[in-house]
Design a protein around this ligand. Structure first.
Ligand code: ARG
Length: 589
């Protein structure tokens, strides 16, 4: 289906054409002053310059033509050259009926230009707990993936684990001192290794930061860790076994966390998967004359004359020959391009890493690792702050673990959910999971990705205002209306939207008609917040309508059917929208 604004623009465009002006001047947009009219076109103002005419004269002639069109009503030309109008009920209704028929896509057409996209989001680090910084990457990335797929793009989601060799070497070195009798450390051991993991996830999460800190203060330990990394990479049997335990224990914990967040990846690859490509890449960078030595390190200059700020060189190898973050990201691009031939690779990462990506992208282009036709996109997101305006911390100032945050918000939500005494305790628990996830995700997604935001538990869990729970309350309200209608013998297959004599539902219809426009905007600008703003408004319009209208108790059967069809369509649009945002609604709450 065409977007509603495009349909109106086409009609307005023909009016311009008939007046001897290019049709493109007839672009229609939502009114800047909704109290005056629903839509407007400002084409007369710009056409006046090009055609050297008086803008008001053009506007008047356009208004006259449009007023003869059955699609428009209340057309008026307004100084200095706007044309304001409303859409007629019949025209709007026929669009809404088409949306109702299109149960699957609700009027949203797929893109004409489907792309193959690799999305890099999540980015957790193995053996480290997920913290609140990883929340945004997961929540925004997952929503963008769903939006882009809905638009018809082919998206592969890669978690890009932080599992680079040195991290593993640090853990192995530390463990070899804590539990030296484990068979993994005996180079002569040739029997079967134990079937049980040598550590729990909590131990692992404690060992890694400890060892990482220690290596910075203790050069002997640092050497031991880098030796262990080297031997592991060379295939030392016991170390390989430990590596696979680190991965297993850590990844199963990560999977549990992402499942809770309803975030799904197609690929569980990591930095380590790039390691085999590093030696060849280093050689290529040297052969092409791009890499040179600087203070013992191997670097590639990526600065340009027109740079406004300083762009330091890309670091390929440290002076001890170790690879770095730049290195693994570059080498990762090699397999992503070779194996997938993507049209675009999109990174959803903390915006404080922007410089790193500028360096990596430039180097990848210069070296021909990524062909010109493959787009590289960086979507940087802002920080999650506490109500004090500083980065979110635990009460004692520690890093806020994601699990802890989710538990806290669930507890808060649960207190509110159990006020509804008709829910069994089991159901209340499930509903609290669903609703608290909406609180967290909506609280995040309603902000532009690049902006910082304040994690305000009280506000996020409120059922009033621009929040996830408010959206879900509205969906649940509609579900209950539709359920009651069906329980009383009504069939939603045999009804269609209509406009009642009172006409109080027009604002709701107008809001519904904007769905495809907003989804496309969200996709093209990589901004899930556009969908949040849209559904917040849609919920307000629905609740307005609900409070003004007798729906189930409406005496006129035909009117009632029309109302129910509107409820069903609103429900479908909201359910589709929240699915694109990455959460769902319960049956009751
Ligand atoms: N693991 C990184 C971190 O925790 C994020 C990885 C982002 N993705 C990438 N390709 N560099 O900061």
């Amino acid at each position: 289906m065409q977007r509603f604004l495009d349909l109106l623009s086409e009609l307005a465009g023909s009016a311009f054409e008939n007046a001897g002006i290019e049709a493109s001047y007839g672009r229609v947009k939502l009114s800047d002053r909704p109290e005056l009219c629903e839509f407007q076109t400002n084409g007369a103002l710009s056409a006046a310059k090009k055609y050297k005419k008086n803008p008001m004269e053009i506007a008047e002639s356009i208004a006259e033509r449009l007023s003869k069109e059955p699609a428009f009503s209340c057309v008026s030309a307004v100084r200095p050259g706007f044309v304001n109008f409303n859409v007629s009920n019949d025209f709007l209704l026929s669009y809404i009926k088409d949306m109702y028929e299109d149960e699957e896509r609700l009027g949203v057409s797929k893109t004409q230009d489907p792309k193959k996209i690799i999305m890099d989001y999540g980015g957790p680090n193995v053996a480290k707990p997920l913290h609140v910084g990883h929340l945004r990457s997961a929540v925004i990335g997952e929503s963008l993936k769903r939006i882009l797929r809905f638009m018809g793009h082919e998206v592969t989601a890669d978690i890009h684990l932080g599992d680079f060799g040195l991290q593993m070497g640090l853990i192995i070195a530390e463990l070899s001192e804590r539990k030296p009798t484990l068979p993994y450390f005996d180079p002569d051991f040739s029997g079967d290794y134990p079937a049980d993991p040598p550590f729990t996830i909590s131990e692992l999460e404690e060992i890694y930061p400890f060892a990482s800190k220690r290596s910075k203060e203790d050069p002997v330990f640092a050497k031991k860790a880098s030796d262990a990394t080297y031997e592991m990479q060379q295939g030392r049997r016991g170390y390989r076994e430990l590596l696979s335990w680190i991965m297993k224990v850590s990844v199963s914990d990560l999977k549990r966390n992402y499942e809770r967040l309803k975030v799904q990846f197609d690929l569980w690859k990591g930095e380590a998967d790039a390691e085999p490509y590093i030696p060849g890449m280093v050689k290529m960078l040297k052969d092409k004359g791009l890499a040179h030595e600087s203070d013992g390190a191997l670097v590639v200059d990526v600065k340009r004359d027109d740079d406004k700020k300083e762009i330091p060189p890309c670091m390929i190898l440290k002076s001890d020959g170790a690879a770095l973050y730049d290195t693994t990201d570059l080498a990762t691009l090699i397999w992503r391009v070779n194996d997938y031939h993507p049209d675009e690779i999109m990174y959803v990462v903390d915006k404080r890493q922007e410089l790193h990506f500028i360096q990596v992208f430039r180097c990848a282009r210069m070296a021909g690792i990524v062909p010109d036709e493959t787009e590289l996109t960086f979507i940087g997101f802002g920080t999650v702050n506490g109500t004090d305006g500083h980065a979110l911390k635990t009460r004692d100032g520690g890093v806020m673990r994601l699990e802890r945050l989710l538990d806290d918000i669930k507890e808060k939500m649960h207190e509110k959910i159990i006020e509804n005494e008709s829910l069994s305790s089991d159901e209340a628990d499930k509903v609290s999971d669903i609703v608290s996830l909406s609180a967290v995700k909506y609280g995040d997604l309603k902000n532009q990705p690049a902006k910082d935001y304040i994690f305000d538990m009280d506000r996020f869990t409120s059922s009033e205002g621009d929040t996830g729970p408010y959206i879900l309350y509205t969906v649940v309200r509609i579900k209950s209306i539709v359920r009651k209608y069906e329980e009383a013998g009504g069939n939603i297959e045999n009804i269609a939207p209509s406009i009642s004599r009172a006409g109080t539902e027009k604002a709701l219809l107008l809001s519904l008609s904007g769905f495809s426009e907003e989804v496309e905007k969200a996709a093209s600008s990589a901004s899930p917040n556009v969908i949040c703003a849209y559904i917040y408004n849609l919920c307000n319009e629905f609740n307005h309508f609900y409070h003004e209208t007798k729906i189930l108790s409406c005496e006129d059967e035909d009117e009632k059917k029309g109302y129910i069809a509107l409820c069903v369509l609103t429900k479908r649009v909201l359910e589709r929208s929240i699915e694109l945002l990455g959460f769902e609604a319960p049956e009751r709450m």
